[in-house]
Design a protein. Structure first.
Length: 139
């Protein structure tokens, strides 16, 4: 299994205080704080060796993005299927789901056109009469 992420400094401080108290075993500490025994062991090892408890990773972990930054500009007014085909043209293999996820990350909102009733001959006549009535009026 992969890493979920670094512990917060608060959680590490809790482990540190319980380890320094020397009243509890690693298993008891892990149960109290709801973390794994391995995590407690690693934090304890860092404390004993004198290492810093602050996280070392700084937003550089995880999979690299498949979208070049320039391609993000073309996302503004397109449909996901169209975006996917455009990306395939520039040799970027991305699924529609990935495109939707990226649009969500860029804070784009989805919208559908509003549903309108069809124009019947009666409504067309009413509109025409209204326009003729108000044609010569001042605003």
């Amino acid at each position: 299994m992969g890493k979920k992420g670094d512990f917060s400094l608060c959680k590490k401080a809790d482990v540190n205080s319980l380890v320094n108290a020397k009243l509890f075993s690693n298993r008891e500490i892990s149960r109290k704080l709801k973390v794994s025994v391995a995590s407690v062991r690693l934090i304890k090892k860092k404390i004993e060796s004198g290492e810093e408890l602050s996280p070392k990773r700084k937003k550089k972990c995880g999979r690299k993005p498949i979208f070049p930054p320039r391609s993000e500009r073309s996302f503004r007014f397109a449909i996901t299927k169209v975006i996917k085909s455009q990306l395939q043209d520039i040799n970027v293999n991305a699924s529609e789901r990935t495109v939707r996820r990226k649009l969500k990350d860029l804070n784009f909102k989805t919208c559908r056109p509003t549903r309108k009733s069809k124009l019947t001959p009666a409504t067309k006549a009413k509109r025409l009469n209204w326009a003729k009535h108000w044609r010569d009026k001042d605003v």
